[in-house]
Design a binder for this molecule. Sequence first.
Ligand code: SAM
Ligand code: SF4
Ligand code: SF4
Length: 359
Amino acid sequence: MTPQPSAGSPSPASPAAPAARANPPVHDERQRPLRDLRISVTDRCNFRCTYCMPKEVFGPDFPFLPHAELLTFEEITRLTRVFARAGVRKLRLTGGEPLLRRDLERLVGMLAEIPDIEDIALTTNGSLLTPAKAQALRAAGLRRITISLDSLRDETFMALNAVHFPVQKVLAAIDAAAAAGLQPVKVNMVVKRGANDREVLEMANHFRGTGHILRFIEYMDVGNSNGWRLDEVVPAAEILQQINAVWPLEAVPPEHPGEVASRYRYRDGQGEIGVVASVTQAFCHSCNRARLSADGRLFTCLFAAAGTDLRGLLRTGCSDDDLYAAVTGVWRRRRDRYSELRFLATPRQPKVEMSFIGG
Ligand code: SAM
Ligand code: SF4
Ligand code: SF4
């Protein structure tokens, strides 16, 4: 059984008081506001995780975007100002591997100057996160970081990342992030049956009491190339049951509307975990996230087949008002709820890859 909130549990930290809003959020056809923007800064990655960019598909000849097709930092910043005008308050930089983009801290600094942006976060595999990089990102205005780590065992982790990258270096990156003040560090573990599902308790045990928040992610059918099968998905309820049997848990209310992870804390005070149950408990009804691909296309769902080209508008000299009209027009027409419809037997168009659109 999924643990429920206990009557005596303390209330979670209250969110910061909302700042005065110059622009009310724009709502889509299902009355969901536009609040979060995930920005993919590159479609490239130095890992070949089997569940995301399998090496058989993303091989040496894979046609990644040429540099000229990527949005420049100036273009990303200009578009983000427009998104902020349409209601966006939280940003997440992602990819591909976002730290492959040189001087990412310069972009963070530019985004941090946008008055309406309240939060800037980064999702990374940690491979390039040195202590100096973590400090530079923090100093530039990065507020939060998520580092992906699927196992504490080299054998498992190297089989999943497919580039022989060792666990120890990711653990060092987590330490570097915490030392730079990017706390609490969130750690993403994608749980895949037959790959790392027997290591849930080991991961929970490792991160209990560290102040880091381990988040278990259900393996998703993103893109078209990871050979996803439902029987390889480990339901979040099963993960929670396993942990709860050893270290009892209690649910924590969401901190923000539209939060994707359900939060739980250890009853013995040893910290918090999260589960992202996008397959078994779809949360489309509260999905307030837009995605900007590295080449400047706007996607309104992680599982979308196509996006709207904003780079073309940017590069043909349109005004900010034109961009605002384009962004809000797309959002107002949005009806996406892929995860809620996943199991309906309707034929679908090929989806865009997650490494391209930004996870
Ligand atoms: N490269 C960075 C990283 O791995 O953290 C950022 C991009 S990655 C696409 C963002 C997140 O998506 C990672 O935490 C990754 O584990 C997760 N992810 C990738 N493919 C997934 C899948 N098929 N199902 C669930 N999560 C997935
Ligand atoms: Fe790269 Fe992240 Fe995808 Fe792994 S999950 S292949 S690290 S983009
Ligand atoms: Fe949002 Fe699409 Fe995921 Fe539903 S399936 S939560 S609409 S990104």
